[in-house]
Design a protein around this ligand. Sequence first.
Ligand code: SF4
Length: 291
Amino acid sequence: MASAALRLPENVPGDFFVDSTCIDCDACRQIAPSVFADDGDASVVHHQPETNDEARRALMALVACPTGSIGTIEHHDARVGIDAFPDLVSDNVYYCGFNAESSFGAWSYLILRPDDEGGNVLIDSPRFATQLVKKIESMGGVRTMLLTHKDDVADHERFAAKFKCERVMHGDDGAGRYGVERVIDGQVAVLIDDDLLAIPVPGHTRGHMVFLYKQKFLFSGDHLAWSPNRNSLIAFRSACWYSWTEQTRSMEKLLDYEFEWVLPGHGRIHHDSAANVHAALRDCIDWMKTR
Ligand code: SF4
């Protein structure tokens, strides 16, 4: 729970506020950009919600915030934010909300598929929050849990225990140590289901993988994201824990694939035509080679 006593002075006066426990994960700014803004090392409220939709987005940010750093002076019905998750991104792909602090607020996603198409897929782990777990259960549960890399596993064990799902992760990121059911080894892409491909992309970590769904959605973990500041696709040079050279090489591998959506753990979501995303990926690789 956010504390009014810790309210950052940079918030504009009024109901919603961010307190000093903010870890600057960017989630609130992506969910409710008309309300939250970047203020150096933290987010602050730069505009108090005026419409019902702004208030709803601000309450969604409050629920998604991994550190409980968003508060209100007035009483609000928290269900407005809670019930909004999982939040539809496009087609049958959802953003889970309830970001976990242990993964520094990484975003996780849910693919809804009928059982005869392989069942539902959870990509990386949200917080194991009762309200979210019940909602996912009502949507059909989880058959498969894809883990992009070791930083974003969060509450994977609790989700696996609850839904009896098969977890998929690369061996070079400690999949064996985590008790993962399906361990991917080597650097060759592996078909998980007819429409779902696991692609090893070492760089950010040694065993990082991205997952391509229907040649349309790329779940990119911490490998690739959109930067609104640069207005381009980027990789995180200062948060590359294994090898930038390897990560650049892994990025080049992605030129062989087609996708329209980049759905990262950190950084912004991006959507454009496959041709434009491909061109942006080429620009990203050229930029990476200068870093
Ligand atoms: S979601 Fe929470 S931790 Fe993340 S930037 Fe916003 S206030 Fe800070």
